[in-house]
Design a protein around this ligand. Structure first.
Ligand code: G16
Ligand code: MG
Length: 219
C-alpha cells in the first residue's frame, strides 16, 4: 500500500542544473579546466565533492584534499548567490500540481536530495510547506546510488520503503531507490531513467492520476 512519496529536488521539483553549470563553469574558466554542458550532464544528482572529482578526472588533474575542499567551497559561494534569483515561478511544470494533489489526498511527503543547499532552494520556491520531512546533503553521508537518503526519508515519515514511491531524474538516483526497495518514477529520457518502474519525459506528465493508474494494485 503506497502511503508516501519521496522527491528528489534538482530535475524533479525545480531545475537548478543551470545554476550548478554556471557556477562550475566560472570555477573551471578561472582554473583553466575544460568544462561544458556535456560534462555537466554527468553531475546530475551526484554530490558536490564527487562533481569536482569528476571534472578533475575529465581534465586528468589530481589535487590534494585541502585544495579540493577549497575549490568546492568557492563553487558553492557562486552557486548560492545564483540561488537568490529563484522564485516561486521556478517549479518545473507539473511539480507544484502533484505536490498540492498529494497534500489534498493526505499522502506523506519527503524530500530526498543530495544537495546541501536544498533548504535554501525550497525557501526560494516557497515550497517548504509541501514536505513533512526534508532529507538533504546534510542528512546522510553515503550518496546515491546508496539508498541512504531515501531510507532516511522513509524512516522519518514512519514508512517502509515498499510503502513509498521515489521521484528521480538521475540514473544513480533510480539505482538508489531500487537498491533501497522503493518503487521509482523516473523523470527524463529512457537512456537515463529507463530502469525506473515507471518513466515520464517531464514532470508535467507525472500526474497522481497516471501514477495511481499504473501502480493500481498498490493504492
Ligand atoms: C543536486 C544536483 C547535483 C549537485 C548536488 C549537490 O542533487 O543534481 O548536480 O551536485 O545536488 O548539490 P550542493 O552542491 O548544493 O550540495 P539532487 O539530489 O537534488 O538532484
Ligand atoms: Mg536530481
Amino acid at each position: 500500500m503506497i502511503k508516501g512519496f519521496i522527491f528528489d529536488l534538482d530535475g524533479v521539483i525545480t531545475d537548478t542544473a543551470e545554476q550548478h553549470f554556471l557556477a562550475w563553469k566560472k570555477l573551471s574558466d578561472e582554473m583553466g579546466w575544460e568544462f561544458d554542458r556535456e560534462v555537466n550532464e554527468n553531475l546530475r544528482g551526484i554530490s558536490r565533492m564527487d562533481s569536482l572529482r569528476f571534472i578533475l578526472d575529465h581534465n586528468e588533474i589530481s589535487l590534494d584534499d585541502e585544495t579540493l575542499v577549497e575549490l568546492a567551497t568557492k563553487k558553492n559561494v557562486v552557486y548560492q548567490d545564483l540561488l537568490n534569483d529563484i522564485t516561486p515561478e521556478d517549479f518545473l511544470p507539473g511539480a507544484k500540481e502533484i505536490l498540492t494533489h498529494l497534500r489534498t489526498e493526505g499522502f506523506h511527503v519527503a524530500l530526498g536530495s543530495s544537495s546541501k543547499n536544498a533548504q535554501k532552494v525550497l525557501e526560494q520556491l516557497s515550497a517548504t510547506g509541501y514536505f513533512d520531512v526534508v532529507g538533504d546533503g546534510h542528512s546522510v553521508t553515503k550518496s546515491k546510488p546508496n539508498p541512504a537518503i531515501f531510507l532516511f526519508g522513509a524512516e522519518k515519515l514512519g514508512l517502509q520503503p515498499e510503502e513509498c514511491i521515489v521521484f528521480e531524474d538521475a540514473e544513480k538516483g533510480i539505482d538508489a531507490a531500487k537498491n533501497g526497495g522503493f518503487y521509482s518514477v523516473g523523470i527524463g529520457p529512457y537512456e537515463r531513467v529507463g530502469h525506473a518502474h515507471l518513466r515520464f519525459d517531464t514532470m508535467a506528465e507525472a500526474t497522481l492520476f497516471e501514477i495511481k493508474s499504473y501502480f493500481k494494485d498498490l493504492f
